[in-house]
Design a protein around this ligand. Structure first.
Ligand SMILES: NC(=O)c1ccc[n+]([C@@H]2O[C@H](COP(=O)([O-])OP(=O)(O)OC[C@H]3O[C@@H](n4cnc5c(N)ncnc54)[C@H](O)[C@@H]3O)[C@@H](O)[C@H]2O)c1
Length: 363
């Protein structure tokens, strides 16, 4: 890049675990400067800038003070419950936003965030790095190619056998929801993105937390307030249904593959990897098979995966930076992710009420 191009000025809100990953990516991008970091815990942002040698960065104990600075974009890396206030404040302050997943806790928050982006003209993109996996695009291309015919049933989700986080992730007040929102949002994004984000109508869900609340399985059992398992049946327009299931912990190796059943063919997407934390579908596409009839014979055809060595997290941060520079629309728009947030909101309501609930989208 030419030396007379103004560097892109980035701020980070929330200086916990994932903020480190954001900083690592921004540091690799030419012409990008991290000039501000904010965290509500007094002194934490300062410690963060010092430990990561962010010598140009000012540290703040409030995101609102930070937002008074001249910034081109902000990464929002706070716990889920703070996504709404920080995003709305950043957009109102004229900043473009790369927001960590899940978008919010409730649908009402997501609607307000999208409306604020529309009013201010700011960009709101949600950080789903698996979207940058070419195999995720392949799933979408297969489903959208029409080869499956009319897709009427989808099953998605996955399960960690023993992969429960702690800290802010298990507090109802900070995370809002557990496994369904934390890793469920990835499964939902894979399925819904492939289907073109259809319009959901109702959700019937069940959630539990038998593992998280048991000291045998979780060191912070007395503080565990969210779900570690959930299953939901979601009805969409045009007679499409989706079964969605997620676990942070269970006595089972897997909750199965992602399945797309169509009138002409079916696609099975297997979970990627093995192990307590990674033997699941929480963002990575494994092997795939197409099931169809050929010359009257029931046939299954392996779909070769695309080999790549992309760093997906780097790609998501780079795409945000490029979109800001080029004045492009949000790479993964809030408007779209609002639809899966409506489902997660429905899951929480339905599980609490122990019955099916309607999903009412604002537009
Ligand atoms: N994309 C991914 O792969 C990925 C991975 C992990 C976490 N995440 C998401 O990132 C978010 C943060 O997760 P984490 O693991 O970094 O959590 P964390 O608890 O380690 O860090 C969050 C930080 O935000 C600060 N904070 C809270 N409210 C704030 C506010 N209003 N202003 C400024 N700072 C505030 C906290 O003090 C804390 O330091 C979560 O939403 C999580 O789902 C995404």
């Amino acid at each position: 890049m030419s030396t007379n191009v103004k560097p892109l000025r980035i701020g980070i809100i929330g200086s916990g675990g994932i903020a480190h990953a954001h900083v690592r990516q921004y540091k690799q991008l030419p012409g990008v400067e991290i000039v501000a970091v904010a965290d509500v815990i007094p002194g934490k942002a300062k410690q963060f800038t010092e430990s990561l040698s962010l010598t140009e960065a000012q540290a703040f104990d409030s995101h609102r003070s930070m937002l008074e600075m001249d910034l081109d974009g902000v990464s929002i890396c706070t716990p889920n419950v703070s996504h709404h206030v920080t995003t709305v404040d950043a957009l109102r302050a004229g900043k473009n936003v790369l927001l960590e997943k899940p978008m919010s806790v409730t649908l009402a928050e997501a609607v307000d965030m999208v409306q604020t982006a529309r009013e201010t003209g700011g960009m709101l993109t949600i950080g789903f790095q698996p979207r940058y996996d070419p195999n995720m695009k392949l799933v979408q291309d297969i489903v959208q190619s029409g080869k499956l015919g009319n897709v009427y049933y989808v099953e998605t989700g996955g399960g960690r056998r023993r992969g429960m986080p702690g800290g802010t992730f298990i507090s109802k007040a900070l995370a809002g929801a557990g496994a369904m929102a934390d890793i469920g949002c990835y499964s939902l994004d894979m399925a819904l993105n492939a289907l073109g984000y259809p319009r959901p109508l109702t959700v019937s869900a069940f959630t539990s937390n038998h593992f998280g609340t048991n000291p045998l399985y979780h060191p912070e059992a007395s503080k565990f307030e969210v779900e570690d398992f959930g299953v939901a049946m979601v009805r969409f327009e045009n007679d499409l249904v989706l079964q969605f299931k997620i676990s942070w912990a269970m006595h089972m190796d897997t909750l199965g593959s992602t399945l797309f059943l169509g009138t002409d063919a079916g696609l099975k997407v297997n979970p990627h990897g093995t192990g307590n934390w990674s033997g699941v579908w929480d963002g990575k596409v494994g092997s795939m098979t197409l099931f169809h009839d050929f010359m009257g014979q029931q046939t299954s055809t392996p779909v070769p995966g695309i080999e790549h060595n992309k760093d997906l997290f780097f790609e998501k941060v780079r795409d945000f930076v490029d979109a800001v520079r080029e004045g492009r629309p949000a790479p993964i728009p809030g408007e779209q992710i609002l639809i899966q947030q409506a489902i997660i909101d429905g899951v929480i309501r339905s599980a609490e009420l122990r019955r099916e609930v309607e999903i009412k989208l604002p537009w």
